[in-house]
Ligand binder design. Structure first.
Ligand code: NAD
Length: 436
């Protein structure tokens, strides 16, 4: 049972939590615990704290979709608008068979703090549809995408809520959704969704934005701890969009030697360094980084404990835990993945003097360039890649410094520092608007 603040206990019933709320694995419980910890340090007033523990708005939708075999299948989905005190809600749409309302709520809360940490004039939202994209044809996916927008479109809009791609949703899916929404409005409104293909209003530089933002943070972090990264070793867990771009950019922008990378099938290690173009070509041909010529096989667990200067978790959540945190030897852990470090591991890494760049900050390059896409759509004037990179670098540097300075001031680890910055900004906006 979630502990509620006594003075505002009557504001909302706990029955709004889904039945799995008692589960330890419920990410919304996890998100609330992190908020509670920050709120205690910040001495947030009880009403502000209670308001921030709940999504402001959510829509549950049911969608009939004609399947290729002629049957109609019924799908369920959600859109959560967690808090829009600072601006329109922003957050991805996930297509996943295990999607739950509490997962969407947790991710919407994290988006709220993330956009605030980056000081973007946005709130936080998230959407999800329970479906298995791997068993669906392109036509079925298109009909489901359009059905979802017909249902949630009533709460979307450039000034209300702007979705983006997320787990198992792609630029093509965003294009269908933007098209459906435009027909609903009677005119083109491509700005209602970001992560679109370039031909219909996407932004240059969106492809590698998440990894690039993380690399800019690592550069800042190395200056804080006085570590010269040139020629130093790095390891990357996960070789999808984020991990693969991180490999390229760690070498190109930081001069680092990436000695180990992995995917779901396992890892590869070469103490002399792995070439990005060659590993990518191998993964493209073989479907995995494993078996790369001239490399040694390592497990995903071993990768995390290698003696490297920078460790990039860029795959799954909860991989650095109370069981392995003592063995982490990296000087910097750059969280490109969402939620790779458990709270227990956070404390251990902090006590070992390892600098963790938390996900709220480290992987915020993606939403930052999504915001740039909204701006460009509004103006109908598009920037080149260099312009996007220049603006992204400035945003990441400013956010890094603000989190680092706050962590130092409160004498807490960087994740709590990021929460204090993000939650504090949302609380200030609510107060100024007279909500509290
Ligand atoms: P992706 O699907 O493109 O790639 C995921 C990679 O992780 C794949 O290489 C996969 O093989 C690997 N993987 C899966 N299970 C694994 C396991 N158990 N051990 C090791 N590797 C495993 O996803 P992505 O877009 O690169 O996202 C990676 C992480 O970054 C996720 O946590 C995501 O939430 C986060 N993130 C992504 C973005 C973005 O812009 N794509 C933005 C913010 C955060």
């Amino acid at each position: 049972m979630i502990e509620r603040n006594e003075s505002v206990r009557c504001t909302l019933p706990d029955m709004l939590m889904q039945t799995e709320s008692a589960s330890e694995r419920n990410p919304f419980i996890f998100a609330r615990k992190q908020l509670d910890e920050a709120a205690a340090i910040m001495k947030l007033d009880p009403a502000t704290h209670e308001l921030l523990r709940w999504p402001l708005r959510e829509l549950h939708v049911t969608m009939p979709v004609k399947m290729d075999n002629g049957c109609t299948k019924i799908f369920h989905g959600f859109r959560v608008q967690y808090n829009d005190a600072r601006g329109p809600n922003k957050g991805g749409i996930r297509f996943h068979p295990d999607e739950t309302i509490d997962t969407v709520r947790a991710l919407a809360a994290w988006m709220t703090w993330k956009t605030a940490v980056m000081d973007l004039p946005l709130g936080g939202g998230k959407g999800g549809v329970i479906c298995d994209t791997k068993s669906m044809s392109s036509g079925e996916l298109e009909r489901l995408s359009r059905a979802y927008i017909r249902q949630v479109g009533r709460m979307l809009g450039l000034e209300k809520d702007v979705p983006a791609p997320d787990l198992y949703t792609t630029p093509q899916i965003m294009a269908w959704m933007a098209d459906e929404y435009s027909f609903m409005q009677g005119n083109n409104e491509f700005g209602v969704i970001t992560g679109k293909p370039l031909a219909i209003g996407g932004s240059a530089g969106r492809g590698d934005a998440t990894a690039r933002g993380g690399i800019y943070c690592v550069r800042e972090a190395s200056e804080v701890i006085g570590l010269n990264l040139s020629g130093k070793k790095a390891a990357i867990q996960g070789y999808g969009n984020v991990g693969s771009h991180a490999h390229k950019l760690a070498a190109e922008l930081l001069g680092m030697k990436v000695v180990c990378v992995s995917d779901s099938k396992g890892g590869i290690y070469n103490p002399e360094g792995l070439d990005h173009a060659e590993v990518s070509a191998h993964k493209e041909a073989a479907g995995s980084v494993t078996g790369f010529p001239g490399s040694l096989a390592v497990s995903n667990e071993e990768l995390l404990e290698l003696d490297v200067a920078v460790l990039f978790p860029a795959a799954m959540e909860s991989v650095i835990t109370g069981s392995n945190a003592e063995n982490i030897r990296a000087k910097i852990v750059a969280e490109l993945a969402n939620g790779p470090t458990t709270p227990e591991a956070d404390s251990i890494l902090y006590s070992k003097g390892i600098l963790v760049i938390p996900d709220l900050l480290c992987n915020a390059g993606g939403v930052t360039v999504s915001y740039f896409e909204m701006v460009q759509n509004t103006y109908g004037y598009y920037w080149d890649e260099d312009e996007v990179y220049r603006r992204l670098e400035k945003k990441m540097k400013t956010a890094f410094r603000s989190v680092n300075e706050t962590s130092g001031r409160y004498n807490v680890h960087n994740r709590l520092g990021a929460y204090i910055v993000g939650v504090g900004r949302v609380a200030d906006a609510m107060k100024l608007r007279g909500w509290i």
